[in-house]
Write a protein that binds this ligand. Structure first.
Ligand SMILES: Cc1ncc(COP(=O)(O)O)c(C=O)c1O
Length: 502
């Protein structure tokens, strides 16, 4: 740095007139960098605003603005009459914060390495991030294109204006009471759930419900029965809490309780989706449900019932929730608005035995402190004014039509490459692959061409148990898109099978 009687020469600073960054900000950044890198040390005199304006060919005001900012942030000091100097108390450059755009980790110290062991687990690859994006054949999504935007917006804007909700400050931890009442009534009448409104707790989706439950029910090292194959998001929570997912094979009646007892006798919790197992889609019959409850009563274990998409039943009588059979308060029921409305809402609910209300609301108090009150109020009106029921009826009809579109498209275009059978419930089918086609390779190729399935083998914990197939959501895209995407998938499958044969 060259010093002159008129201050140091700042030739390292340049301004770019085409940049989106304001000129004064560029000068500010340049001087900051020189100070933080140690090139301009404490006490150095800066050129006057007049000199700098000539050097940089900017207005004097621009330079003044930069200097004022640097003085107010403590980089420079103005000494009346004698100029502007680098402040005396700038610490050693190596300890100073750099601007956000230029932050780099300290060499050889990855931020992940300095996480807690629990944090390192959470940062690991096992965490499920396969979140669907709303295109054919995203496995877990409903018909988002049919979301009743007009009615929802009208109700939401009415609620946003409510000062009384703002004046309440934090809402109730367990959720907005009218919504808890509406959900209790909805579950009693549609799912046979036995509960009072106080037992309903509103959460940010089923995923938060599982997270809260696992944290209050399990200690590190505890085993929990999970379905094999089963919900990946769940396993991630169990592992991140230091507990142990204990995979129990699913047969045509759902989780096989006898095998569970034989394989993992010490488990304290079982998490199952008895109405519509994910991913295989089987429904647990009464005899197996009773066996499951018997296990919980004998071992003093808990059964967490994931009832994520039971509204989608296309014929026959809907099966009641397992919770409706529970005589000893051992079932914790989890539901969600993700499938009947949208995952974007992030609203789900729990129905818990009375003794768990306090532990769970306390757990909410130390994490999210509840959901936005106005949105809960809007959802309440949406349910009470009948829009939810109408929407579910419409979604059922359209989802069924879309399932037919998928079945037709596969039979016309996939020619032995994919075996699909119609389903009576849910929002997805499993497309079974012939020997020799790897589901992960097929998924990758299809995904690179904008078609979203998910490989069935990934849902298994035990590699030896893996079956190969593709999870195919049929609800989230209209029939013409389903037909187009099936063509792309068929050509990907042909290519993958050629690679295999060749
Ligand atoms: C098996 C299963 N349970 C529950 C959910 C719902 O999760 P959330 O309510 O957090 O969106 C999903 C989401 O796709 C799921 O696949």
């Amino acid at each position: 740095m060259i010093k002159t009687p008129d201050g140091v020469i700042l030739d390292a600073i340049q301004v770019d007139r085409d940049s989106k960054i304001l000129l004064y900000q560029q000068i500010f950044n340049g001087i900051c960098d020189l100070i933080l890198s140690g090139s301009l040390v404490s006490g150095t005199r800066l050129p006057s605003t007049r000199v700098l304006m000539q050097e940089l060919k900017v207005s004097r005001n621009t330079v003044r603005q930069a200097f004022e900012q640097l003085i107010s942030e403590g980089y420079l000091q103005g000494q009346d009459g004698s100029g502007t100097y680098v402040a005396p108390d700038i610490p050693d450059a190596s300890f100073q914060l750099h601007r956000l755009s230029e932050r780099t980790p300290v060499k050889n110290h990855s931020p992940v390495a300095s996480l807690s062991s629990r944090g390192r687990k959470i940062a690991g690859d096992f965490i499920s991030q396969g979140f669907s994006k709303g295109r054919a054949f995203a496995p877990s999504l409903p018909a988002l294109d049919l979301f009743p935007v007009k009615n929802w917006t009208r109700i939401l804007s009415r609620q946003w204006g409510r000062r009384d909700l703002l004046r309440q400050g934090y809402g109730e931890l367990a959720g907005y009471r009218p919504l808890r009442e509406a959900v209790a009534f909805y579950l009693q009448s549609t799912r046979g759930v036995v509960c009072e409104w106080e037992q309903v707790i509103i959460v940010s989706g089923a995923q938060q419900a599982f997270h809260l439950l696992i944290n209050i029910l399990l200690d590190p090292g505890d085993s929990v029965w999970v379905e094999e194959p089963g919900n990946l998001g769940l396993r991630s929570i169990i592992l991140s809490a230091g507990a142990v997912p204990a995979p129990v094979p699913v047969d045509e009646s759902g989780l096989n309780v006898k095998e569970g007892i034989a394989l993992h006798a010490n488990a304290r919790v079982a998490i199952i989706a008895p109405s519509h197992q994910y991913p295989l889609g089987v429904t647990m019959p009464l005899s197996r449900r009773l066996e499951m409850l018997e296990w919980a009563y004998k071992t003093n274990g808990w059964v967490i019932e994931d009832d994520y998409d039971s509204e989608f039943r296309y014929s026959g009588k809907p099966v009641s929730a397992l919770q409706s059979l529970d005589r000893h308060e051992k079932v914790i029921y989890v539901g969600t608005f993700t499938k009947v409305l949208s995952p974007a809402l992030r609203i789900g609910y729990l129905v818990v035995p009375k003794g768990l209300i306090k532990p769970l609301t306390n757990a909410i108090g130390i994490s999210t402190r509840g959901l936005p009150t106005h949105i809960q109020a809007a959802l309440t009106d949406f349910i009470l004014e009948g829009y939810l029921a109408t929407h579910i009826r419409r979604m059922r009809k359209i989802s069924m039509e879309r399932q037919h579109a998928l079945l037709d498209a596969v039979s016309q275009q996939c020619d032995g490459l994919l075996d699909v059978a119609p389903t009576n419930s849910g929002l997805h089918l499993v497309g079974w692959l012939p020997e020799g086609i790897d589901d992960v390779a097929a998924y990758r190729l299809a995904k690179s061409r904008g078609v979203e399935t998910y490989p069935l083998s990934r849902y298994y914990e035990n590699p030896l148990a893996q079956k190969k197939g593709l999870m195919m959501g049929f609800a989230c895209a209209p029939p013409e898109e389903i037909t187009r995407a099936t063509g792309i998938l068929a050509s990907a499958l042909r290519e993958v099978s050629n690679i295999k044969i060749g």
